[in-house]
Write a protein of this length. Structure first.
Length: 233
């Protein structure tokens, strides 16, 4: 039998920490927790969790610094990270995604949302272990994206995309459920967009959605952060 996924919680607010512990333990996860950044890092290095729920505003170390340290260490860089953030921390979330965090949950959150996000990120981490060469055809329902031929098909019909639109769609569709900030999308499609700025990503996404017609909902807007491809599971 597969061992229970282990989740580490780093959160200084006691009530929130208890809610997180209670909810995830009840869902069958193996849960460990810490109330500040320094003991959180120590806990993560010792317990090697599959996923960390990381509060950003901690009394000693900023959550982003913890994120940076985990991703800089090959012993811990494979651990999935969900940032737990308060209102108004959108720019920190964008920075965290750039550092390699997988997702975020805004406070206040409901138990169902917490569990769904946690499971979704763990599923994606599993999928990422299976080889992803970047040259494979991506199939998502009616959508087929072929990086070999740079062709997109919807319901079997070829749809014309520019090189930049293709790269953006391929990036998003290759990682369903994963949030990409505008700057991550921009960095990925660099070359085509060298002289442009964040807002041009919005313009490209608008065009991509238009071309996707009735399947436009596959690309979701994440308010104040960026975009993600709908996670079917
Ligand atoms: Ca806090």
């Amino acid at each position: 039998m597969k061992p229970k996924p282990r989740i580490a919680i780093v959160e200084d607010e006691e009530d929130i920490r208890e809610i997180l512990e209670y909810t995830l333990t009840r869902e069958g996860f193996d849960v460990v927790s810490a109330a500040d950044g320094a003991s959180g890092l120590e806990l993560i290095r010792r317990e090697r969790p599959d996923l960390v729920l990381l509060d950003l505003m901690l009394p000693d170390v900023h959550g982003l610094e913890i994120c940076r340290q985990l991703k800089a260490d090959e012993q811990t860089d494979g651990i999935a990270i969900i940032m737990v953030s308060a209102k108004g921390e959108e720019s920190d979330i964008v920075l965290g995604l750039g550092l390699g965090a997988d997702d975020y949950i805004p406070k206040p959150f409901g138990a169902a949302e917490l569990v769904a996000r946690t499971r979704s990120v763990l599923r994606r981490a599993d999928r990422a272990l299976e080889a992803d060469s970047g040259t494979d055809v991506v199939l998502r329902g009616a959508l087929k994206v072929d990086p070999g031929s740079f062709k997109v098909h919807l319901d079997g019909e070829h749809v014309e995309f520019t090189a930049t639109e293709f790269k953006i769609l391929h990036l998003l569709a290759s990682h369903p459920g994963r949030i990409f900030s505008r700057s991550q999308i921009l960095a990925d499609s660099r070359g085509e967009l060298a002289a442009s700025y964040d807002r041009s990503v919005d313009a490209h996404v608008r065009t991509i959605r238009k071309k996707m017609g009735e399947h436009r909902h596959m690309i979701e807007t994440v308010r104040a952060i960026g975009y993600r491809f709908a996670d079917p599971a």
